[in-house]
Each structure stands twice: as structure tokens, then as C-alpha cells.
Design a protein around this ligand. Sequence first.
Ligand code: FES
Length: 97
Amino acid sequence: MKETAIRSTLEVYVCNFGKSCSKFGSPELADGLKKWAKEEHQGAIKVVRSGCLGQCDDAVAVACYPERKFILGARPNDFEELKKGLVEALEKLDSIN
Ligand code: FES
């Protein structure tokens, strides 16, 4: 067993469960955010396709850590607004650390 540092500062879980969120474009949203995070933030923001986050009535659900915040009702056309919010969250966390 060994330990190593986690590179990401911000972790974003985009529900991709078929029951609710995927009907509203969560796969497209997750893939777009993953690509953007990898290209623009080189691992500081990690985007994960998750299972159900228990917020099905407000699909698409996105969970952000370490903020412990849900973004609910997200749609693929909210991409730019989501990116802006994630950059602001990252800058806030970087200023603390
Ligand atoms: S299916 Fe996405 S929060 Fe439940």
C-alpha cells in the first residue's frame, strides 16, 4: 500500500444515469466539460461521469467538491456558464491554498 498526492483541486461529478439526467443531455455536458478541463486546466479540475446523485427531479445534477455544492437543472447550453463558475471556484480555492 502507498499514498500519493491528488492533482485535482476541484472535482466535478456530472450525473450520467439514464433514468433522468441522460435524457437532458448529461453525456454531452460531461464530455464537453471533461475535454475543456483537460485542455484548459491540466488536471486541476477533474470531471467525472457519475451515477445517480439523488437529485433526479432537478436533472441534470452536477456535484462540486470540495465546495460540496450541487448545480441543478444544468443543460448542455449552460456550458459557458458552468465553465465560468468552475473557473471562479478554482480561483477561490487556489487563493485559499
Ligand atoms: S438520475 Fe441524475 S441525479 Fe438521479
